[in-house]
Design a protein. Structure first.
Length: 256
């Protein structure tokens, strides 16, 4: 069973998924951050593959991508860094990125490398669902990789149900139709979250964009299986002089 499925089977509520940009703050910090996240009690890790034109990302994650690229991070470098990481890290790990670098690397080659290193799922916001179904689905299935799609408050019920049917792993519910890192009132989104819950989707739902502290995490978890925190975590480590301490403090602040 894929590690993502195992996680939701064992812990269906209050999943904490932390996003970090590979190669940030420094090129070789990636595995240290991942190990410390595991030690701190995080449930899942979303590892960003830096890209020069990250459409869904706000300024904080854009800046982290720019720094990571300047540090020398590339898809090929990331796979080198991830070799053997499963000896130390048991958490589900998802790669989040954009189609251009994946196409340049080769879709099947990319999926094969993910399987070889131990990656469990992929988020590609600019991969159209129809294109995935007609061209790439068999490749992802061949390597037991979950492809996770995003929904927003504006996504119709019919479209959400279609995404739920095509998705594996979980559905990524964007809290509002904006980029990552924007301040949002989670109270204003409760009707949207409740609507998703009432739809009784086959996949678990994780809420992301604007989740930044214990309060917003709790609000997201009230109507979903958990939440994804990205920009707030990136801010917490961007100028850290002690990554382990900064990460432990941040996660403790969320989990209480």
């Amino acid at each position: 069973m894929n590690r993502i499925d195992q996680l939701f089977s064992n812990k269906p509520k209050e999943i904490l998924n932390i996003y970090c940009t590979a190669g940030f703050p420094a090129l070789n910090d990636t595995l240290t951050i991942m190990e410390t996240l595991q030690q701190s009690g995080v449930d899942m890790i979303e590892l960003g593959m830096p890209f020069s034109d990250p459409l869904a990302d706000g300024p904080v994650i854009q800046e982290s991508s720019t720094r990571a690229i300047a540090n020398g991070m590339r898809v090929s470098v990331l796979f080198e860094q991830l070799k053997g990481f499963r000896d130390r890290i048991s958490l589900p790990v998802i790669l989040m990125g954009y189609m251009n670098p994946v196409l340049q690397f080769g879709v099947e080659n990319f999926c094969q490398k993910c399987a070889e290193t131990g990656v469990d799922g992929i988020i590609l916001p600019d991969l159209p669902m129809d294109e995935f179904e007609t061209e790439y689905r068999p490749i992802f299935e061949k390597y037991d990789l979950h492809l996770i799609f995003l929904v927003t408050p504006e996504t119709s019920e019919a479209r959400i149900r279609k995404i739920d049917a095509v998705s594996t792993g979980f559905v990524y519910a964007v809290s509002s139709s904006s980029t990552t890192g924007k301040d949002k009132d989670m109270g204003d989104q409760q009707a949207y979250f409740a609507r998703l819950k009432e739809m009784k989707l086959k996949n678990p739902v994780l809420i992301g964009f604007g989740i930044k502290d214990k309060q917003t995490f709790a609000a997201a978890c009230a109507n979903s299986n958990g939440a994804i925190i990205g920009s707030a975590f990136v801010k917490a480590i961007e100028n850290s002089t002690n990554l382990q301490s900064s990460i432990q403090s941040f996660v403790q602040g969320i989990k209480g």
